[in-house]
Design a protein around this ligand. Sequence first.
Ligand SMILES: NC(=O)c1ccc[n+]([C@@H]2O[C@H](COP(=O)([O-])OP(=O)(O)OC[C@H]3O[C@@H](n4cnc5c(N)ncnc54)[C@H](OP(=O)(O)O)[C@@H]3O)[C@@H](O)[C@H]2O)c1
Length: 222
Amino acid sequence: MKRPFVFINVASSVDGKISNEKRVQVKISSPEDFKRVDELRAKSDAIMVGIGTVLSDDPRLTVKSEELRFERVKRGLPPNPLRVVVDSKCRIPLNAKVLDGSAKTLIAVSERADFEKVETLRRMGVDVLVCGEEKVDLRGLMKNLYDFGVRILMVEGGATLNWALLKERLVDEICVYYGNVIIGGSKSPTIVDGRSFDPPINLELVEVKRLGSGVLTRWILK
Ligand SMILES: NC(=O)c1ccc[n+]([C@@H]2O[C@H](COP(=O)([O-])OP(=O)(O)OC[C@H]3O[C@@H](n4cnc5c(N)ncnc54)[C@H](OP(=O)(O)O)[C@@H]3O)[C@@H](O)[C@H]2O)c1
């Protein structure tokens, strides 16, 4: 199956948490890492998150640097990559920042989604793709994204979507930035939640470097 190159980018505490028990955004990254993430966004064709991340963090998922947006336009691209939200039941709030019109947005839903909400989103100019019966069919979504011209897909969480993509063997690379914090909490989301993989997924370390107050690691899936 043809699909985009898929990489997960995540900011983690030293103890592997990506948020706290309240599932609210916690400051993990450093300014140096924000810059790196912005560069990764600018190099990507699309940025994907799960609905859990939209509901907890309400990210805008745009390229923050005007210079990087300008460089994309010079390359014949839109200023911002496509924003993709994986949202089976179409729970996305209509005032979510990813629906602010500052970039194109695709909501991937399943047949469980409320038809009227889907129509409302479409009237707002948002693309909605129905893909899967119960949950969003991630393989089908990847194929569709490839057909839409997406070759590089950046995944920005959260814990459940990361797990589901790994389970489907749809991930090529993982970048983990470990910030200089410990969050703790047995119910705090980790880099990968869901069920454990047995046997574990093997990775190869391809980069490790000190960045700001933390450490950047980059791994490829074997
Ligand atoms: N530090 C970081 O880098 C970072 C980045 C992002 C998020 N976060 C944190 O991560 C937390 C959110 O993570 P999360 O695990 O709650 O949410 P998530 O991974 O963002 O979204 C998970 C949701 O996606 C939907 N989904 C649709 N199709 C799916 C499929 N095939 N497989 C799996 N899920 C599917 C499910 O909801 P439906 O069944 O309703 O579709 C599922 O509950 C927040 O606390 C946020 O702050 C941290």
